[in-house]
Design a protein around this ligand. Structure first.
Ligand SMILES: NC(=O)c1ccc[n+]([C@@H]2O[C@H](COP(=O)([O-])OP(=O)(O)OC[C@H]3O[C@@H](n4cnc5c(N)ncnc54)[C@H](OP(=O)(O)O)[C@@H]3O)[C@@H](O)[C@H]2O)c1
Length: 353
């Protein structure tokens, strides 16, 4: 595999910092170009970033000068990762795509547009074929889902073959999900906020597209109903999700646990560098998963599932609790895995999925 040059927009934010951490030690990609807001252009990354991710700031990246958000300044770059706020991304990302760049984006704009692949690599890699019908720009835009959606769909995908009909999800989302300047400490310390703007809408709509079927004319949405309640809690990283699902098939709790444990996708088959060995890790202890203990499983790319039980209601209802790292599986790590998949396809004569 030839090494590729990659650039990063929104490099100083929380998602941006996790991108820097993942890309600075990546076996296929070289991080060569960064930008943040206009005021920081021209200064070195190390000088302006308030680095808070667990690993040390890589020295070679610290020396890079921040560029203006101008596609001309990124010439020679093969892939652009974007961690921009949605309002900025909505006019900047198309400019990069117009200039021929491949943009892999974390922002929420465009996610539900019919020609935009919205990808969790283990769940719907085949939807990358939508790139072929994306003709509005010379380049292309691929989207990461909402962070809670990425975690949820990893667990809903193996349930599709058992007749998933409905899901009710309540999230307990970490503070880092709101970005660097996110929630004021006085609002969240000793508190739970039972509303996250626009989050419930994303969580009920995006999985229907991600779990949908690719047809010649686009994606036919999955016929499932999802109701979401989203809350912000005072954990640093890791979104916990309490999920109730109705299936058409009857499964024992053990069969459901096996169905989660067995789940794998093309990233595992292809041994992509950022793919976790186990996309879903089943936790058997009754008090797991916990954000503090389980969010870094698989380098933050695995989703932990526990509390699996069948409810004694009419119908086939099951309960489980899922946990994923919002900045890794829910953002930067998922995007890097998408880039690995695109690079693999670009270098391969065969269709891997
Ligand atoms: N946090 C999560 O868990 C998460 C998960 C999934 C998706 N996302 C999405 O990922 C994106 C980034 O999230 P985040 O949490 O990293 O946000 P963040 O911490 O607020 O970072 C935002 C980044 O965008 C830059 N920026 C802000 N305004 C800009 C402007 N006018 N021009 C150019 N750059 C600008 C900031 O640069 P400065 O430092 O110079 O201000 C910073 O680098 C958002 O779209 C968010 O919805 C976040």
């Amino acid at each position: 595999m030839d090494r590729l040059k990659v650039g990063l927009l929104g490099a100083t934010g929380l998602v941006g910092q996790v991108f820097v951490s993942l890309l600075s030690r990546h076996p296929w990609f070289d991080l060569v170009a960064l930008s943040a807001s206009h005021q920081k252009s021209g200064r070195s990354y190390g000088e302006v970033v308030s680095w808070i991710v667990e690993r040390c700031l890589p020295e070679d990246v610290a020396e890079l000068r921040l560029l203006n958000l101008d596609p001309n300044e990124f010439s020679g770059v093969d892939i652009i990762f974007s961690a921009l706020p949605s309002d900025i991304a909505s006019h900047i990302e198309p400019k990069f795509a117009e200039e021929g760049f491949t943009v892999i984006s974390n922002s929420s704009n465009l996610r539900l547009d019919p020609d935009i692949p919205l990808i969790v690599p283990e769940v719907n890699p085949e939807h990358l074929a939508l790139i072929k019908i994306q003709r509005r720009w010379r380049g292309r835009i691929v989207k990461n889902p909402n962070c809670s959606t990425a975690i949820l769909t990893m667990t809903l995908k193996p349930l599709m073959e058992h007749g998933l009909r409905r899901a009710f999800v309540t999230t307990l989302q970490a503070v880092s999900g709101a970005g660097f300047a996110g929630v004021p400490s006085l609002a969240i310390t000793d508190n739970v906020i039972p509303h996250i703007p626009r989050e419930e809408d994303k969580l009920s709509k995006e999985p229907r597209k991600i779990l949908g079927t690719l047809t010649n004319s686009g994606v036919r949405e999955a016929d499932i109903s999802i109701a979401a309640t989203t809350t912000r809690v005072p954990t640093r990283h890791g979104h916990l999700e309490s999920v109730l699902v109705e299936l058409s098939e009857e499964l024992s709790e053990e069969e459901l646990a096996e169905c989660f444990s067995r789940f794998k996708g093309p990233p595992q088959d292809l041994s992509l560098p950022t793919a976790p060995a186990n996309p879903i890790v089943v936790r058997r202890k009754v008090d797991r998963p916990q954000p503090l203990l389980d969010r870094t499983e698989g380098g933050g790319m695995s989703v932990s599932v526990g509390r699996i039980s069948r409810l004694g209601w009419h119908g086939r209802w099951y309960r489980y609790v899922a946990l994923g790292h919002n900045l890794v599986r829910g953002a930067a790590g998922n995007a890097v895995l998408i880039a690995e998949l695109l690079s693999y396809i670009g270098n391969s004569d065969s269709r891997p999925f």
